[in-house]
Design a protein around this ligand. Structure first.
Ligand SMILES: Nc1ncnc2c1ncn2[C@@H]1O[C@H](COP(=O)(O)OP(=O)(O)OP(=O)(O)O)[C@@H](O)[C@H]1O
Length: 231
């Protein structure tokens, strides 16, 4: 589904990703792990067209996307839920969800009922402002906004960061549901080790902008994975 090949990315003179390969497959969760500053968010931003990359390729369903803008990546089927959520605080919950429509043709601009089935709290809070929601509710809102685009690839950047345990469980259930439906490839950037281990089908560990480990979840050596992402 998604193939990232030999990706490099710079901020000014400083290269922070060096030849990263990443695969994500429909109906499975690929966890990207690593310490602060190893380049996880930069990788997500490159895939989502939020930051230009300097070398490599991003291929979706066999089609090289070139160097997409954020709008083109979204139209191609890549949805990005950013770290920090980027909710519009003054817009209502519904308006925030509808802001995801920008990349859809006019005929497709409808919030599917299933969004509210996945996130019942958003139905209850439809008319509240985004800024009035708790951090966890905002995270659910950010995921809902991404899902209205009916993506092929869902990029989740640290969805558990700063969120209360009950909502972390809800988010884990939503990820498991989407995975089981088998239609989208999910890439999960996550520093909460147990959450990532429970959710993922495969792990990619980054260190200093390079992949240092690539393992299927089945039979993964947890101690080795933890060591790779902690040093
Ligand atoms: N806009 C920017 N300009 C310059 N350097 C940046 C910029 N954004 C990130 N960096 C640097 O690039 C490196 C990788 O950052 P990135 O945010 O991708 O890492 P990360 O693994 O996602 O970290 P975290 O877990 O803290 O979010 C870091 O050294 C960071 O300081």
């Amino acid at each position: 589904m998604l193939e990232v090949r030999d990706l490099s990315l710079r901020y000014g003179q400083s290269e922070v990703l060096h030849g990263v390969d990443l695969d994500a497959v429909a109906g499975s969760v690929t966890a990207v792990m690593g310490m602060n500053g190893v380049g996880k968010t930069s990788l997500m931003k490159a895939i989502a067209g939020r930051h230009p990359f300097t070398g490599g390729r991003i291929v979706l369903e066999g089609r090289d996307l070139g160097h997409p803008t954020a709008a083109r990546a979204a139209r191609a089927g890549i949805a990005y839920v950013p770290q920090g959520r980027e909710i519009f605080p003054r817009l209502t919950v519904t308006e925030n969800i509808e802001s995801g429509f920008a990349c859809l043709p006019r005929g497709g601009r409808r919030v599917p009922d299933r969004i509210y089935d996945l996130f019942p709290v958003l139905a209850e809070m439809r008319h509240r402002r985004g800024g009035d929601l708790s951090g966890g509710q905002q995270q659910q809102l950010a995921i809902a906004r991404a899902l209205v685009t009916r993506p092929k690839v869902l990029l989740l950047d640290e969805p558990t960061e700063g969120i209360q345990p009950s909502i972390i469980k809800d988010i884990g259930r939503v990820i498991a549901t989407l995975r089981a439906e088998g239609e989208m490839a999910i890439v999960l950037v996550e520093q909460f080790f147990d959450f990532a281990v429970a959710a993922a089908d495969r792990f990619v560990a980054l260190k200093s902008g390079e992949v240092v480990l690539r393992e299927e979840a089945e039979g993964v050596d947890r101690a080795r994975l933890l060591a790779e992402i902690s040093l």
